[in-house]
Design a binder for this molecule. Structure first.
Ligand code: NAD
Length: 427
């Protein structure tokens, strides 16, 4: 099958490389010419484990990139919309980029004689495919639904494990308005060992939000329990390990810590809250999930202040800037509010992340970035652990370089040492 993917960020590039690996011919489309150039040279525009190998293998053969929507639509049977769906200033979903991509696709579809399917892969609130994307495509293509196909196929990949997740999905959801379009989308995944759930677009859209909202709820719930446990001198990890043995609960996403970040959980929970309010429902649990999450970073700085008092002029090391390990993505990283608060308090911030220094330097020009943990820890007054990078687990003699041996662990990943004051966020 010939596929075009609109938007070559995390989802678009990974999907493109994996569809090519599954044997399809893929055209990537982006408005960012630097990304187009990179992909055509076989260089991923983002870091993702295994992506370089796949792009090198398929670029110039089964995979190419362009900024020309007409070329992409004329030379493919299906177009996936994979552009970003950020929050607007009030937290509601901002569909501006999806609308722009839909208009361009509609224009490109105008002159196409053959049947073509448009698939929304971006995470969009329920009703968007039917009530926003479809009308825009009809208006710009001067065609009616049925003359072209429309479907919704949400993406569940985890950054850092994205290639594996695409190739080994636990679910594939295809929401379509008619069988013909849905059959075509489903056929793309026939090479994967996974049941395909067929439904309508708004249910597919909702499944994606509920998936993320439930995982975020597990994290905030675990953080709330962790905060209570800490006051009572109870090891919350021991509690949750036992609780997770209940098959109805499961052992995953019960780790308390600095909270969830990333390009999806915060914005998706907020978007679902916004959609619920739009229809006149006040979602109490979802609101609390966000509130608990927003308070966790501040709790870390408070623990630091309890130990050091005034932070003015103190050198504070922040280990980990990415929102999670194995990615260079810093979107909504919990280290961002922590660094902001440290700077507000007059601290000098020394930072190290194995991959995300460069991205964070675009946000904070006024902190000192180091290329290894030793340099970031040298002469430091305290260390905050923000991201669960594997390499942090084996840090040991590096802490000897600190002026004042104090660690606040936001991820429950360091083994306490007798000569270091170790404070866990919720334990
Ligand atoms: N990142 C994830 O882990 C993940 C996982 C599942 C779902 N999603 C969802 O997938 C969608 C995309 O997320 P992402 O993280 O890949 O976004 P991203 O911001 O990394 O990439 C979006 C890309 O779209 C391009 N773009 C912007 N406007 C365009 C236009 N008019 N035409 C063509 N390209 C355009 C941008 O240049 C960028 O390269 C979002 O809705 C997100 O919620 C993301």
């Amino acid at each position: 099958m010939k596929i075009s993917l609109i938007g070559t960020g995390y989802v678009g590039t990974v999907s493109a490389a994996c569809f090519a690996e599954l044997g399809h011919d893929v055209i990537c489309v982006d408005i960012d010419s630097s990304k187009i150039e990179k992909i055509n040279e076989g260089i991923p525009p983002i870091y993702e484990d295994g992506l370089t190998d796949l792009l090198k293998k398929h670029a110039g053969k089964k995979l190419s990139a362009t900024s020309d929507y007409n070329f992409a639509v004329m030379n493919s049977d299906i177009s996936f919309i994979c552009v970003g769906t950020p929050s607007d200033p009030s937290g509601n979903i901002d569909l501006g980029i999806v609308k722009a991509a839909s208009s361009s696709l509609g224009e490109a579809l105008k002159d196409k004689k053959d049947y073509h399917v448009i698939v929304v892969k971006s995470t969009v609130v329920p009703e968007t495919t039917e009530k926003v994307v479809l009308p825009i495509i009809e208006e710009h293509s001067k065609k009616r639904s049925g003359e072209f196909g429309i479907a919704m196929n949400p993406e569940f990949l985890r950054e850092g494990k994205a290639i594996y997740d695409f190739m080994h999905p636990d679910k594939i959801i295809v929401g379509s308005m008619d069988k013909r379009a849905g059959d075509i989308v489903a056929s793309l995944y026939s090479g994967l060992d996974c049941e395909i759930t067929r439904t309508n677009p708004r249910t597919a859209e909702m499944i994606k939000y509920v998936n993320n909202a439930f995982l975020a709820t597990k994290i905030s719930f675990s953080n709330e329990i962790g905060n209570i446990c800490k006051h009572l001198d109870i090891d919350t990890y021991e509690v949750m390990k036992a609780v997770g043995k209940d098959f109805r609960i499961g052992p995953y996403f019960l780790n308390s810590g600095a909270g969830f970040g990333g390009s999806c959980f915060p914005k998706d929970v907020k978007a679902l809250i916004g959609k619920a309010k739009d229809i006149g429902y006040e979602p109490l649990i979802l609101g609390s999930v966000i509130k608990v999450n927003e308070k966790q970073p501040g709790r870390m700085v408070q623990l630091l202040k309890n130990e050091l008092g005034d932070l003015k002029g103190k050198k504070i090391t922040v280990l980990g800037l990415a929102f999670k390990n194995d990615t260079d993505d810093i979107r909504e990283s919990r280290s961002i509010p922590v660094i902001e608060e440290l700077l507000d308090n007059g601290a000098l911030v020394l930072a190290y992340d194995p991959m995300a220094n460069e991205n964070m330097s675009k946000l904070f020009g006024n902190i000192k970035y180091h290329s290894n943990a030793s340099d970031a820890l040298r002469d430091s007054d305290a260390c905050l652990v923000m991201t669960e990078w594997d390499e942090f687990k084996s840090l040991d003699k590096e802490f000897d370089l600190m002026r004042h041996k104090l660690i606040i662990d936001g991820r429950h990943m360091l083994t306490p040492r007798r000569d270091i004051k170790y404070i866990g966020l919720c334990w």
